[in-house]
Write a new protein. Structure first.
Length: 483
């Protein structure tokens, strides 16, 4: 009743009724609702006055936070910021500041928004060096791919020492170290510093991870026509592990894909057939077919797809993920018949639970999505038991939809994500893919609001190239936040 009267504009009566509620928590919640209704109705002064009469509660946002959020969302970021600065609880102040930053971004005041986010970062976060290094790598890659090479190098300058001086605390896992290295290698590769990227890969904690890190480096060398250094790395890796017995696997596939990207199709196919590790030939051909499709050589790709489907056997068959990538590439190129044939050749996801099922089910769902079988894709995702894994699978589908131009459907699917960080990443990926300027701006602002400023960089740089110095400034702030 009190809320209904508030919505009707009878605020005094609504407040009086709310204060008569005998249960304190219910009375508080009702009064907070009235504050929000007032603020949303344009009565910001009145809402602020009532909010300031309500003391803090143990959990949940305060009444004054409701006013800040309403002002930010209604397009009054200046007043919202003034009120946000008066919030006493640090966590609430942080959340309110992010709301204000999003409002500033929506208003086209991107510099102010970025500076406010930097302030939030410096006030609230002390980053682990490996976390900082990983984020700096992502930021540098985004800058390099957007054509801002010098800015990317500036971001990378302080990142590598964070990995070299890796802390020796027991809780620092090799996995965290490897993740940071992967992003730094990717960033150096994106800037064209392939020798530097190779040296970074040499810091890997084990042989397997080093080979994984070298994949983009070898591919980039082959793509640029610098075959000699790529061949040298492949030979060194083969000699380092007697299991390969002189075979140039596992780097032959990225090398061949780089050759295909450079237009040397015969050499690419020959290298796969000659040097692929026994038992992986159809898998390697499947990956090559993806590159051929992506580079427009669909006739050759279709021939290889037919061969892969015919030749695959019990001990030599592409993985579910490799076939899924092939389905998506063929579907994007309009090769629907070949894509369906590859989909039909996909094996079941795997054991009925655990990581193998999650990986396989996500790959199947991605392939189904690429061919427009959206309901079947969602049903496949629902078979993933772990909520976190299911959310990551949903995020993967969002990316497939966005990449195929179905950004409205991608946004609809993203709304099913409940974890704020995952939702923010989904929005950032849609913003980077969409051709709708308004959707890109709105989703970038929401991604920033969710704290995903690194994930939002590709979209942000496309919309506002003048934000590059601010990104470098953000990187400097992140480096100084390590402790």
């Amino acid at each position: 009743m009190a809320q209904a009267r508030a919505r009707a504009g009878r605020y005094e009566q609504a407040e009086e009724l709310a204060r008569q509620i005998p249960t304190a928590d219910v009375a508080w919640a009702t009064l907070c609702s009235i504050v929000r209704i007032m603020a949303d109705g344009g009565e910001a002064d009145r809402a602020e006055a009532l909010a300031r009469t309500l003391g803090p509660r143990a959990e949940g946002p305060s009444a004054l936070y409701e006013v800040v959020e309403s002002l930010a969302q209604s397009g009054d970021p200046d007043r919202a910021r003034t009120l946000a600065d008066s919030l006493a609880r640090p966590v609430e102040h942080t959340h309110a500041s992010v709301e204000v930053a999003a409002a500033l971004a929506r208003a086209g005041r991107s510099e102010e928004a970025e500076r406010l986010l930097l302030d939030v970062e410096s006030r609230t976060r002390v980053l682990h060096p490996l976390t900082a290094a990983r984020k700096l790598g992502v930021a540098a890659t985004a800058l390099a791919e957007a054509g801002h090479r010098e800015a990317a190098l500036a971001v990378l300058d302080g990142a590598e020492p964070l990995v070299m001086n890796r802390p020796s605390e027991p809780h620092t896992s090799p996995g965290d170290y490897s993740l940071a290295l992967r992003e730094l290698v990717a960033a150096r590769t994106a800037t064209g510093e392939l020798d530097r990227a190779e040296r970074l890969a040499g810091w890997a904690p084990d042989d397997f991870e080093r080979r994984h890190l070298l994949v983009p480096v070898v591919r980039a060398w082959a793509r640029s026509g610098e075959v000699a250094p790529a061949e040298a790395v492949m030979r060194a890796e083969a000699e380092a592990d007697s299991a390969f017995a002189g075979i140039l696997s596992p780097l032959v596939v990225p090398f061949a894909r780089g050759l295909a990207e450079a237009g040397d199709l015969d050499a690419a196919e020959a290298r796969v057939r000659q040097d692929a590790w026994p038992g992986t030939v159809t898998s390697a051909l499947c990956e090559l077919a993806v590159t051929l499709t992506e580079t427009g050589h669909t006739d050759r790709a279709r021939r290889i797809v037919d061969e892969v489907i015919t030749l695959q056997g019990e001990y030599d068959r592409p993985s579910t993920m490799e076939l899924s990538a092939l389905v998506r590439a063929l579907a994007a190129a309009g090769e629907t018949e070949a894509a369906r044939a590859a989909l039909d050749a996909m094996p079941p996801p795997g054991p009925p639970s655990g990581s193998a099922w999650y990986i396989g089910a996500t790959a199947v769902a991605e392939a189904l999505t690429a061919l427009g079988h959206h309901e079947r894709a969602r049903e496949t995702l629902q078979t993933i038991e772990d909520p976190y894994d299911r959310a990551q699978g949903t995020l993967a589908l969002v990316e497939v939809l966005a990449a195929s131009g179905e950004c409205a459907r991608a946004e609809e699917l993203a709304r099913t994500l409940s974890a704020p960080a995952t939702l923010a990443r989904a929005r950032a990926r849609i913003a980077a893919a969409t051709t709708d300027g308004e959707q890109a701006r709105r989703l970038t602002a929401l991604a920033l609001q969710g704290g995903e400023w690194v994930s939002a960089l590709p979209a942000l740089l496309r919309q506002a190239p003048d934000a590059v110095p601010l990104v470098v400034e953000a990187a400097d702030a992140m480096k100084s936040a390590c402790g």
